[in-house]
Design a protein around this ligand. Structure first.
Ligand code: HEM
Length: 375
């Protein structure tokens, strides 16, 4: 089963998984942001990365493994090293790559082996579960991968190693992207007009009252001001300056409608940052207008996940991110929990993001002062 199809299963299952994601968000946020009612400082990036790793892995591998801090660390190290070794290898002439690749990628293999070791016993346990146990089957990404492997004609698909590596690849594709976006949203909320933050908090309180205090799909759908602020933050701080990257696969090349000739193999993309900051598309484009009020850049009510030629943090077209619906629910739950339970001290200046090549990263050392709101 392709990662695209498993992500489709994830999208279909997201409404049912909301209480589970919320549970992990709550437990992990209490650890990472603390329960102290006095003002204290938290590193935004580290805390957000940890909460997202926990909540996402709760859905990927279940409660017990998602709370295994060593396993989380191993997956995180692999996810950092994987693109770095790719970047290094691309600088080396193609002919020499097979010779140096084993050396350059050896730390990746070491971390991957350790990751497999953590997951293997659980994969084997689930694979040996009898049909009678099938009613008790966990509803998570690991189980969907095991079930898809059972249906496959390829014996290799059922190897615990392959199943674990598929999960590791999914973790790689999801944790960083969600962490970048969410860290920026938290910093934007800390530096936005305090009235906006109060409005968002009030919206969450009202939604809970109107939803019998249940954290479920219906609650998540009511958080439109929060969603609007997520969209505005993603518009201004999309982490890839160019997006929707596509390669010309026609051996004869391609001629664009305005006559530009693109040779076979050329890599093309959209200037996302330019489009997201275009004054002809977004009024007062450089300024965030988070709550979706009239006059805001999102007055039309388009959501965080509705991609268009004018908005593409999740790409565009047939290959637009299929995980964005899950990400949207997870991020709403996480942000709603933080806004509802913590005062966030207003920051007059937004800490600037950092450029690394064509990637715009949230400032990894930025902190916010927070205190727990008494219940
Ligand atoms: C806020 C979090 C996320 C962001 C910003 C993000 C962003 C992106 C972007 C920009 C693309 C390329 C789209 C294109 O070229 O048109 C992509 C592709 C993809 N994403 Fe995400 N993503 C996020 C979360 C997730 C999650 C949670 C999953 C799954 C669990 C996921 C699974 C995928 C897959 C499978 C693809 C490849 C789609 C294809 O090639 O057809 N993503 N994502």
């Amino acid at each position: 089963m392709s990662s695209y199809r498993k992500t489709a299963t994830l999208t279909r299952s997201t409404p049912n998984l909301i209480p589970v994601i919320y549970d992990e968000v709550a437990v992990s946020s209490d650890e990472d942001w603390g329960t102290n009612a006095n003002w204290h400082e938290v590193n935004v990036y580290n805390a957000v990365q940890h909460i997202i790793a926990r909540a996402s892995n709760r859905v990927f591998v279940g409660q017990e493994l998602c709370r295994n801090e060593e396993m989380l660390k191993v997956a995180q190290r692999w996810s950092v090293l994987f693109p770095i070794s790719g970047m290094i290898l691309r600088q080396i002439p193609e002919l020499l790559r097979p010779l140096v690749a084993p050396l350059i990628t050896s730390p990746n293999h070491w971390y991957a082996r350790r990751f497999i070791k953590y997951l293997k016993p659980e994969i084997l346990r689930r694979q040996s579960a009898t049909a009678a146990d099938s009613k008790e089957k966990p509803n998570d990404f690991m189980q969907w991968t095991i079930d898809a492997a059972e249906r496959s004609d390829l014996e290799a698909e059922r190897s615990p190693r392959i199943i674990a590596l598929r999960i590791l690849a999914t973790i790689f594709g999801t944790i960083h992207t969600s962490t970048f976006i969410t860290s920026n949203i938290v910093l934007d909320l800390a530096s936005c007009d305090p009235e906006n933050l109060s409005e968002i908090r009030q919206e969450i309180r009202d939604a809970l009252v109107n939803n019998d205090n249940k954290w479920d799909k219906s609650l998540v759908q009511r958080l439109v001001k929060l969603d609007s602020s997520m969209r505005e933050s993603a518009r201004l701080r999309t982490f890839t300056l160019t997006n929707v990257l596509r390669r010309v696969v026609n051996p004869k090349g391609l001629v664009t409608p305005d006559g530009a000739k693109l040779p076979y193999g050329a890599l093309i993309g959209l200037p996302t940052m330019g489009i997201h900051n275009d004054e002809d598309i977004y009024k007062d484009a450089a300024n965030e207008k988070p709550t979706g009020k009239s006059g805001s850049n999102n007055a039309g009510g388009r959501s965080f996940v509705s991609v268009s030629p004018k908005y593409h943090p999740f790409g565009l077209g047939r290959h637009a991110c299929p995980g964005r619906f899950f990400a949207s629910a997870e991020l709403r739950l996480l942000l709603a929990y933080l806004v509802l339970n913590y005062d966030i001290e207003h920051q007059p200046e937004r800490v600037a993001p950092q450029y690394v090549g064509t990637v715009l990263l949230p400032p990894s050392k930025a902190t916010v002062r927070v205190r727990r709101i008494a219940k």
